[in-house]
Design a protein around this ligand. Structure first.
Ligand code: ME8
Length: 537
């Protein structure tokens, strides 16, 4: 079997994708959650000095988009253009998302290649014509198995509902083209067994393995009752099923069938980040499509849990849809990027509340981290005129801090860079921040400052150097999560001038000691985390 994303060789990029989101509506917290996670992961790898490719984009075909456009009296293309330009791209820019590309499924670079891919499968005998009748959920753009459905209540009493959208399914009967998905069950099971990390978390993996073990049905890959999609190349009365079209973005965006060099240097993805709603598409259908073409399979499919608000899954169709901008205008962009990854273990469901966000902001960001940075800068200013002193009198207490930084670096690098345990990685850094705060409280530099003997001054210098050098490490470690804050801290430590750009500091080397040179100009920069205003009404 061809190499998988986890076995890619050195010259190739570390390739991470988000789902391509439906443009039926503007993005909400749930979409931003996955996209911020991908941004932190890719910034982390960039800061390791690796070549990285971070892809996001939009899914623009299918009935769901078509119906939304109709309801708004515009063409689906005009609707998609408007949403992409006015809602999706501006949000990613606002949240400081450093994606390398943004693919739209209505772009010709995508649609041409989708047709070629499907034609190829047809020519290989992987696709046949057949009939299908079954319950369809337009919200999911998916035929459901009768056993998946739930009984409606209230206004939907007597009807069968989609378990995700809680809306009635529609009975669809169509003659369309089918991909021989059922033939791939045993190969998929073999692949999952050989690659135990392919699907994460463990609960997601178990669900998929159980599902495939029960036997797969062939997949209907065309639709003939509407035309908003990529035409089936050999039969233009049909359009290609929106999920087949959408999944192929991961190949077409990196040069499939168009730029072999780019494709070979990027594909397959090391990590497909998704939510658990679209797990089967990514861990069953997508690998089977690649197997059918003899293409290499992705490294990992990692599913995040649901963001919940008031006990409900955040979604476009329920009223819990708080806009990311509502939160960034109150807490700031960096705190927003930090909060969800810090508060929720990646892979688990988690609830959002203003109260929790406010409490963590104040205690962890403002009090622990922000105060440490401002206290250290103020003391270097007061006692040494803003010139970072040398640490000539280090002892056991300083050694413990140095060890603490080295440990934070190793833990964060493993947890964020490898395990996608963002919470664990962030906590490792904040534990270190706490350690440094404790060190300052114990050493009491403000008392040592009163000792004007050379020994006393050497101790004072050592304490402040130790604290500043610790902050140098913290700035590097938190740069992927909170890039604007890290930059402010970096400048306040005089590091930009003495060490160069923050982005060039290797995260794996951040635990080295004695990097920040004595004499660096430390200034009291802007407050990293200002006191919060009253919660908006
Ligand atoms: O499914 N909590 O697009 P979509 C956490 N177009 N994550 C959430 C979330 C929540 N409450 N709500 C949404 C599609 N997400 C397809 C994808 S990919 C080839 C095609 C995130 O707009 C999560 O990543 O419905 C989820 O999988 C995705 O948004 C669904 O976005």
């Amino acid at each position: 079997m061809a190499a998988t994303g986890s076995e890619k060789q050195g010259a190739t990029a570390y390739y991470v994708s988000t789902p391509i989101y439906y443009v039926n509506d503007a993005p909400h917290l749930g979409h931003a959650y996955t996209t911020v996670a991908g941004d932190v992961l890719t910034r982390w790898h960039r800061q390791r000095g690796e070549k990285v490719w971070y892809l996001t984009g939009t899914d623009e075909h299918g009935q769901k988009i078509m119906r939304t456009a109709e309801a708004n009296n515009v063409t689906p293309q005009a609707w998609a253009d408007k949403l992409v330009e006015e809602a999706w791209k501006p949000l990613w820019e606002h949240l400081n998302i450093a994606n390398d590309d943004f693919i739209r499924t209505t772009e010709k670079r995508h649609t041409d290649r989708v047709q070629e891919f499907v034609q190829d499968l047809y020519d290989k005998g992987e696709i046949y014509k057949g009939g299908y009748e079954g319950p369809y959920c337009v919200g999911c753009e998916e035929y459901k198995l009768p056993g998946d459905l739930i009984d409606g209540e209230g206004e939907f009493a007597g009807q069968k509902l989609c378990p995700i959208h809680k809306k009635p399914v529609e009975l669809l009967k169509e003659e369309n083209y089918f991909f021989k998905l059922s033939a791939y069950g045993p190969k998929l099971l073999e692949f999952y067994a050989a690659n135990p990390d392919f699907i994460q978390p463990e609960s997601a993996r178990n669900e998929v393995v159980n599902f495939v073990e029960q036997g797969l049905q062939d997949l209907s890959i065309s639709r003939s009752t509407f035309d908003w999609g990529v035409p089936v190349p050999w039969d233009d009365k049909h359009v290609i099923y929106v999920w087949v079209d959408a999944l192929l973005n991961y190949a077409t965006a990196v040069g499939y069938g168009a730029n072999q060099e780019k494709f070979d240097g990027t594909f397959p993805a090391n990590v497909h980040l998704i939510g658990k709603d679209i797990l089967r598409f990514h861990s069953v259908i997508w690998p089977a499509m690649l197997m059918a073409q003899g293409l290499p399979l992705p490294g990992k499919v990692v599913a995040n849990g649901w963001l919940m608000v008031g006990g409900e899954k955040m979604s476009k169709s329920n009223l819990t849809g708080i806009k990311p901008q509502d939160l960034t205008s109150h807490f700031g962009v960096d705190a927003y990027r930090w909060y969800f990854l810090r508060a929720i273990s990646y892979g688990s469901d988690g609830s959002f509340s203003w109260e929790d966000f406010s409490a963590r902001y104040t205690s962890e960001l403002a009090n622990d981290y922000g105060n440490l940075a401002s206290r250290v800068a103020a003391m270097v200013g007061k006692y040494f005129g803003g010139a970072l002193p040398q640490d000539t009198a280090a002892g056991n207490a300083e050694q413990a801090v140095r060890d603490g930084l080295a440990k934070a670096v190793a833990t964060a690098d493993r947890k964020i860079g490898e395990e996608l345990d963002f919470q664990g990685g962030i906590l490792a850094v904040f534990d270190f921040v706490k350690q440094v705060n404790g060190y300052i409280t114990e050493q009491e530099p403000w008392k040592v400052a009163k000792d004007t003997t050379p020994e006393g001054q050497a101790r004072l210098a050592t304490i402040l150097y130790t604290a500043a050098e610790s902050l140098r490490g913290v700035a590097v470690l938190l740069n992927a999560v909170m890039p604007e804050t890290s930059q402010k801290l970096w400048e306040s430590l005089g590091a930009e001038e003495s060490l160069g750009a923050l982005a060039d500091q290797r995260v794996q080397d951040a635990g080295a000691w004695g990097v920040l040179p004595a004499g660096a100009t430390v200034t009291k920069g802007a407050v990293l985390f200002p006191r919060l205003e009253e919660k908006p009404a």
